[in-house]
Ligand binder design. Structure first.
Ligand code: DGT
Ligand code: CA
Ligand code: CA
Ligand code: ZN
Length: 579
């Protein structure tokens, strides 16, 4: 069982409960949603937490009370949750798959079941194609169209897994191999190492003198659902996570060449191999060989690149986008690193849709080693997130002042908001309140379907207000879920340059917005970027590395990143933007 599996079951309970109209259901729905968020973001396997400390340990996790701890215990002990089974009997539908379609909520799913017998995504597709959905009262052509579009987005994802699910799983597998003592080295390769936003399968490399034993171990680990092919040097398994994983065991001496080869991308490798061929060499996963077939290099990636007359290319850049030429000229930029990040500028607390208290979030930032953290709760028009009004911000900031006094110089707390950019481009709080803040993130959360011209004007107007420091998740896309809204990013970047606004690289694994391609598109403008986690609970703070991955894939150096500045310098930059 993985944390993700359990989180999905808890989410399913929340969705199914949200259809029931009992007096307690709203409260219960929120409790299950919070628990799902907590478990989904937990670094340690929830089973381990339970094994060590039982229900009490679970109850120490944010947002998990006694009732939820019991349900989780029930699942760990019995492999099922009676409450969920009961709910599933009421409506035998694939709730999670159906509601993954943008614009299709639990209530709609149940209605489609009652009226048309739709139980799963295939049924829905058929119903849409036969135009029976649009005939239903309250649905119409527009909802048919929007559901079809949602279906297309999901189908085009082709079953690729989010980096935020792939990387931790690959790391767990690597850790298990190393712990076994059977391997000398084990590392993550493939698109996961390149930090692509989604990955098709996991690739792990290991060096060992006992390949057979390694393969036996790999095939039997808990994460494996079934073995697809098992051989002496390569084994492929299907993981319970819903993705396959290749393990290759290689000779220690060819580690560098193999890592270079299996990190990819394929397109990058083809370009590198062409360079080898031009020199009369041969390059493959075993090494770099000269004209006479003599091995020239294979032990480290650095050496392989060096023998080809190239600089080392960071994995995130290996996408055949011009990095090979740069490496030949010795012009690979010094990319931003996770350790350069000094703070987080976009976080939420339980006052709006976050899970943890202000105190808990501040402690998490301290534990991460940050110098500062901006707390940026939602604003009033975002009702689903219980957004705050001007008065509530004033009261909240008074509490922040108290906490800041208590914390002294352990961390600097920045007063902020994630203020909604309303449909007409105005901001969802009055000017005085916004001017009183240290860090204003402005984001679009509503009226996402307006045309590109309107959306561009709307965002540009918000930036031109002179009240905004950071444009949050600038395209609004959800990975594998929702397309970006139509917007002219060049016009947005021009405005950001004019107004001194930083564009966000939102590190939340389902957002990663801006992504690498969009970063490259706008990085020629004189603008800064802010890499933020958009944390809704303390464990989300660990998402920072995915944002850094996007920035590196977009070739950014730390000079371009606002939150690599120390606290003093950051404050100066934020003030200058307001002047
Ligand atoms: P994915 O899994 O679709 O997210 O993308 P990758 O890049 O992880 O691709 P994958 O798993 O098929 O292969 C891992 C790496 O191995 C790939 O990036 C480059 C290398 N590789 C695999 N097959 C070939 C091939 O036929 N030619 C070359 N040059 N490299 C290959
Ligand atoms: Ca792969
Ligand atoms: Ca693979
Ligand atoms: Zn947001």
């Amino acid at each position: 069982m993985s944390n993700k599996e359990l989180a999905e079951l808890l989410e399913e309970i929340a969705k199914r409960l949200s259809v029931e109209d009992t007096p307690n259901s709203r409260f219960e729905v929120r409790a299950y949603e919070k628990a799902a968020a907590t478990i989904g973001a937990l670094a340690e396997p929830v089973e381990d937490v339970y094994a060590k400390g039982g229900k009490e340990a679970l109850m120490k996790l944010p947002g998990i009370g006694k009732g939820l701890a019991e349900k989780i215990g029930e699942y760990i002990n019995e492999g099922s949750i009676a409450k969920l089974e009961e709910l599933r009997k009421r409506y035998p539908i694939d709730m999670n798959a159906l509601t993954r379609i943008e614009g299709l909520g639990p209530k709609t799913a149940v209605e489609l079941y009652k009226k048309l017998g739709v139980k799963n995504v295939d049924d829905l597709k058929r119903a849409l194609e036969q135009h029976s959905v649009r005939e239903l009262p309250g649905f119409g052509e527009r909802s048919e169209e929007s559901m079809l579009k949602g279906l297309q987005v999901i189908e085009s994802s082709g079953g690729r897994l989010l980096l935020g699910d792939a990387l931790p799983e690959a790391e767990r597998i690597v850790a298990l191999l190393i712990k076994s003592g059977l391997v000398e080295r084990a590392v993550v390769a493939g698109s996961t190492r390149r930090m692509r936003e989604t990955v098709g399968d996991l690739d792990v490399l290991a060096t060992s003198k006992q390949a057979e034993k390694v393969m036996d171990l790999f095939a039997s680990i808990d994460q494996v659902d079934r073995v697809i092919v098992k051989g002496p040097t390569k084994t492929t398994v299907w993981l319970k996570l819903g993705v396959s994983c290749d393990l290759r065991v290689i000779e220690p001496d060819s580690f560098g060449a193999a890592l270079q080869y299996f990190t990819g991308s394929k397109a990058h490798n083809i370009q590198v191999r062409t360079i080898a061929v031009k020199k009369g060499y041969r390059l493959n996963e075993y090494g770099l060989f000269d004209r006479s077939g003599k091995l020239m290099s294979s032990k480290t990636e650095e050496d392989v690149y060096a023998k080809l007359g190239m600089q080392y290319v960071p994995p995130e850049m290996r996408e055949a986008r011009g990095e090979v030429e740069l490496a030949q000229k010795g012009m690979i930029p010094e990319l931003v690193e996770l350790s350069d990040i000094k703070g987080d500028l976009h976080t939420h607390t339980k006052e709006t849709d976050g899970v943890n208290t202000l105190e808990e979030m501040a402690q998490a930032a301290i534990d991460t080693g940050y110098s500062y953290m901006a707390v940026t709760n939602h604003t009033k028009s975002l009702k689903v997130a219980r957004g705050m009004n001007e008065k509530q911000f004033r009261e909240f900031f008074a509490r922040m002042d108290d906490l800041s006094k208590k914390l002294g110089d352990r961390i600097e707390l920045l007063k902020g908001a994630e203020v909604d950019i309303l449909r007409d481009g105005t901001l969802d709080l009055d000017e005085k309140t916004l001017r009183g803040m240290d860090c204003v993130v402005a984001s679009v959360h509503s009226a996402l379907k307006i045309n590109g011209k309107e959306m561009t004007e709307r965002i540009v107007k918000a930036l031109d207000s002179g009240l905004v420091h950071i444009l949050g998740h600038p395209t609004g896309r959800v990975v594998n879920g929702r397309e970006a809204y139509s917007v002219d990013l060049d016009k947005v970047a021009e405005a950001a340059e004019r107004d001194g606004v930083a564009l966000e690289i939102n590190a939340f694994p389902s957002r990663l917005d801006l992504n690498d391609q969009n970063i490259m598109r706008v990085s020629s403008y004189k603008i800064n970027f802010a890499i933020d986690t958009d944390s809704h609970n303390t464990s989300h703070m660990a998402f920072m590395r995915y944002g850094v991955g996007m920035a590196r894939r977009g070739w950014l150096t730390n000079g371009r990143i606002l939150n690599t500045r120390g606290a003093k310098e950051l404050r100066k930059a934020l003030e200058r933007n307001r002047a």
